[in-house]
Design a protein around this ligand. Structure first.
Ligand code: OFO
Length: 175
């Protein structure tokens, strides 16, 4: 059974994952209107992943006798300055998420809730990957600078990455 403190903290995390999904969805939609189909495919996929992160938490809270509360939708930004600004925002946002996950892990230790502590390790590893990927992309965009040709190839790279991720998920579902 979850303690009220852990339950509250997990619900706060549900809200944050839900917002991440909305945030990346807004970025995907903006990128699509800019003709950046690869960037938008990558971001649509990222948004779906965040929804799954939220869902995983909702199901876990319910399984442990709590109540996973579906949060209200908050309006994310509508437009963005550039592709580089988008990925810089993502990196900043993911760093906030990492800090929150760490806080959550801390709370489970204080409450001696080792089951939730164990469950959260998946999020700890996921954050390492997400931050590393965002950092890699920001570095690439710094190299590209204002080169339009570079941006064209970058967009194609992200399209390929989104396809690989989608194919991986189809294979995982068949297992
Ligand atoms: Fe991008 O982070 Fe969820 O957990």
């Amino acid at each position: 059974m979850l303690s009220p403190q852990v339950s509250k903290a997990l619900n706060k995390q549900i809200e944050l994952e839900g917002f991440s999904s909305q945030y990346y969805l807004a970025m995907a939609s903006w990128a699509e209107t800019q003709g950046l189909n690869g960037v938008s495919a990558f971001l649509y996929h990222h948004s779906d992943e965040e929804r799954l992160h939220m869902l995983k938490l909702v199901r876990f809270v319910n399984e442990r006798g709590g109540h996973g509360v579906v949060p209200a939708l908050k309006q994310p930004p509508v437009t963005f300055k550039s592709v580089k600004a988008v990925f810089e925002e993502i990196l900043k946002h993911e760093m906030t998420v990492t800090a929150d996950i760490n806080g959550l892990v801390d709370a489970t230790l204080k409450e001696k809730d080792y089951t939730t502590h164990n469950f959260l390790q998946w999020y700890v590893s996921e954050q390492i990957e997400e931050e590393a990927l965002a950092r890699q992309i920001v570095d690439k965009l710094k190299l590209i600078g204002n080169d339009k040709g570079g941006l064209y190839f970058f967009d194609r790279d992200l399209e390929a990455m989104a396809k690989v991720e989608a194919a991986k998920e189809t294979t995982d579902k068949k297992k």
